[in-house]
Design a protein around this ligand. Structure first.
Ligand SMILES: Cc1cc2nc3c(=O)[nH]c(=O)nc-3n(C[C@H](O)[C@H](O)[C@H](O)COP(=O)(O)OP(=O)(O)OC[C@H]3O[C@@H](n4cnc5c(N)ncnc54)[C@H](O)[C@@H]3O)c2cc1C
Length: 450
């Protein structure tokens, strides 16, 4: 086969058993791709784009496939470009910058920066598997996002390959193409390199857990702590279903009876300031009826974050399948939104657990179900209703997981016709032939009901 001849046999997977492994992401199973290419360099990505145009097959970029919106999933005959072999990076400690290929696993960058006293803060809970390319394409966030920001806040420049196989290097100047590419979910071009900003790693961190009898009180405590001037590094929320799932899974001693818990961490270079900031948060929690437990040492602090990281496997163990929502709403609306979602779960007779980065109002209601018993149509209908709750409360469809396939059709309700048309103009300007990740993010304008 021509592409195998050009790139080498091990770089192009043709066997059905191999290709089958590239049909899914963290949540959606799609079509088996016609072929899978594993480039090692930008030049090889250029070859793949040219080949795809020649044979008339679309391209689906793929990092670690930990995505939760179906972004990396092929929809029909397509070529998957898996970036997992583009794992090179170099760190310039003086410039506090890293130049990375897209296949670098997220956690690897922070680890490599540590000996220089530097860090790379964006920390999706999947950071031990996700790739920087996937993070860039989704503009991934994580527990650290309240204080430290999301992936896009760390991008100084990008290299990408366009639909004709041309390589572009763009910076954050006028017509900020970096801003357009970040969060574009593989629909505008293929990111082949990024210049990422590193920051001095904070030297101290303290953490606490606060348990509440009412979800609303937890949200109020967060607002009160922020109003008092606290800027915690991490501000996480778990509802009762989530607490119980993690407790069943790990048995860490979380308060099963609580309606909600907050996990909070402050960080910085001055231990007294870090301590004082944690105390502001603790005081705000107590004033709102929270029972506060401060982690006394590193082991206790680590146990709190182990609980947070265990949410996904813990809830995954409850039912055979789950679909993950990713709404973001103004923080003041959180109590009403959480309650509305609880009411919907009761109405639909489906189990929903909720957690999220509460500082940013980012909530992940997960619908847990058994496809042998529960109708998937009903699950989808519930997801749609949850999205509507977010929109009604002035929120958005996606906080960090992207629109992908899962929420593409909800965009018809989130965007007016003019905005959707503008999005299509951008898409066509970058990708006039529909080569990149077709069927994702943007619904067809004519599919709008009525
Ligand atoms: C347990 C768990 C916890 C998670 N926690 C978080 C969290 O806290 N925060 C968060 O934001 N997300 C989270 N996620 C979701 C997911 O990990 C992120 O969306 C992540 O950024 C995806 O990275 P990936 O390498 O797996 O990308 P993939 O899933 O492979 O791809 C994601 C998208 O990026 C595109 N893409 C990939 N590489 C490129 C490239 N080089 N050029 C152009 N487009 C590309 C793909 O086409 C696709 O649209 C979580 C997922 C899991 C399973």
């Amino acid at each position: 086969m021509e592409l195998q001849r050009r790139l080498g046999k091990d770089r192009v997977l043709l066997g059905l058993a191999e290709r089958r492994n590239y049909a899914y992401d963290g949540i959606v199973v799609g079509a088996i791709p016609a072929l899978v290419v594993l480039p090692r360099s930008t030049a090889e990505v250029v070859e793949v784009v040219r080949f795809a145009r020649q044979v008339g097959l679309p391209l689906v970029a793929r990092g670690a496939a930990s995505g939760l919106s179906g972004g990396a999933v092929p929809l029909g005959a397509s070529i998957v470009v898996a970036f997992t072999r583009m794992t090179g990076f170099r760190i310039d400690p003086q410039a506090r910058r890293a130049v990375v290929q897209p296949g670098v696993v997220t956690a690897r960058l922070a680890e490599a920066a540590r000996p220089y006293g530097l860090t790379y803060p964006p920390d999706p809970a999947s950071f031990r598997t996700s790739t920087l390319g996937g993070n860039l394409a989704e503009n991934a966030g994580g527990p650290m996002c309240f204080k430290w920001g999301v992936t896009g806040d760390y991008v100084e420049g990008l290299e990408f390959v366009d639909f004709e196989g041309r390589v572009h290097r763009v910076e954050r100047k006028a017509y900020d193409l970096v801003g357009l590419l970040v969060g574009s979910e593989g629909t505008l071009g293929l990111i082949t390199e990024a210049q990422l900003r590193l920051v001095p790693a904070p030297r101290y961190a303290r953490a606490l857990m606060a348990a509440f009898d009412e979800v609303g009180r937890a949200a109020e405590a967060v607002s009160a702590a922020i109003a008092a001037g606290a800027v915690p590094a991490k501000l996480e929320f778990m509802d009762q279903g989530c607490i119980q799932a993690v407790e069943d899974y790990l048995g860490l001693g979380l308060p099963r009876e609580a309606a909600a818990i907050l996990l909070v961490e402050t960080d910085g270079d001055d231990p007294l300031v870090v301590e004082e900031e944690l105390e502001w948060v603790a005081e705000a929690c107590r004033q709102h009826g929270g029972r506060v437990r401060v982690a006394r040492d590193e082991a206790e602090r680590e146990a709190l974050w182990r609980a947070r990281r265990a949410i996904s496997p813990a809830i995954g163990a409850i039912k055979p399948k789950r679909l993950n929502e990713d709404i973001a709403v103004p923080r003041s609306s959180l109590p009403a939104v959480v309650r509305a979602i609880e009411a919907l779960a009761r109405e639909y007779g489906l189990r929903v657990v909720q957690f999220g980065h509460i500082g940013d109002g980012n909530l992940h209601p997960n619908v847990l179900f058994d496809p042998r018993v529960d109708s998937e149509e009903r699950v989808w209908s519930l997801l749609h209703e949850i999205a509507r709750v977010a929109l009604r409360h002035g929120g958005v469809l996606s906080g960090e997981h992207g629109i992908g396939l899962l929420k593409r059709d909800f965009m018809l309700e989130a965007l007016d016709a003019e905005t959707l048309a503008a999005f299509w103009q951008v898409k066509r300007a970058f990708d006039p032939e529909g080569l990149f990740n077709p069927g994702k993010v943007l619904p067809e304008p004519h599919s709008r009901p009525g």
